[in-house]
Design a protein around this ligand. Structure first.
Ligand SMILES: [Cu+2]
Ligand SMILES: [Zn+2]
Length: 210
């Protein structure tokens, strides 16, 4: 390998290290659910920007053997009870849908199933919900509904906005659970471009002084 080849490899390596250099530690957040008959914890963990968010749900006080709509709502405001959390978190201005649908709110987590004791202990994973970057759900609300979310599939007038999931029987605010110095930012296009430009500049320099 000649000098140029070597410099190229070194520069590309440098660029890749710089691009990945924005170190990402896992984030853990928790919402304590209350203000209604549904009580418990919802714990969210995510290892990096482009990884799914794992949502561990542990709730009591649900209706035995029934499905309950379960969403992330826009606001972490409980000043007027669960109603203050406003509508579903929907940064892309989409219609309401199922968690696995193409068209959905980011906050649409579908339904959770209560057991015979009115409890739910489960873990779900979601690829749209994120704890990282400008769309982080930290500070937003979690709401448990009295009824089943119809996932936007019925002709009820509220189907495409709320899933007609009924009253709010519990809610909480997503807060940081593990101490982090500052919230990590997702790698933006500009920082990737910056790294690329730096690499090209280094390659040109290497060629100049060869
Ligand atoms: Cu809801
Ligand atoms: Zn929705």
């Amino acid at each position: 390998m000649n000098y140029f080849g070597l410099s190229f490899v070194i520069c590309v390596g440098f660029g890749l290290v710089a691009a990945g250099g924005q170190e990402q530690k896992p984030i853990k957040a928790v919402a304590v659910i209350g203000l209604g008959r549904a009580q418990g914890n919802v714990t969210l963990t995510q290892s990096a920007c482009n990884e799914p968010c794992h949502i561990e749900i542990s709730l009591v006080g649900l209706t035995p053997n029934q499905k309950h709509g379960f969403h992330i709502h826009d606001k972490g405001d409980l000043s007027g009870g669960c109603l203050s959390t406003a509508g579903h978190y929907n940064p892309d201005k989409m219609s309401h849908g199922a968690p696995n649908a193409q068209i959905r709110h980011v906050g649409d987590l579908g339904n959770i199933q209560a057991d015979a004791n009115g409890e739910c202990h489960t873990i779900i994973s979601d690829s749209l919900v994120s704890l990282f970057g400008s769309r982080s759900v930290i500070g937003r609300g979690v709401v448990v509904h009295a009824g089943e979310d119809d996932l936007g599939l019925t002709d009820h007038p509220d189907s495409l906005t709320t899933g007609n999931a009924g009253a709010r029987i519990g809610c909480g605010v997503i807060g940081i659970a593990e101490s982090i110095a500052e919230l990590p930012v997702c790698n933006s296009a500009s920082s990737t471009t910056y790294n690329l430009l730096i690499s090209i500049a280094l390659i040109l320099l290497a060629k100049l002084f060869h």
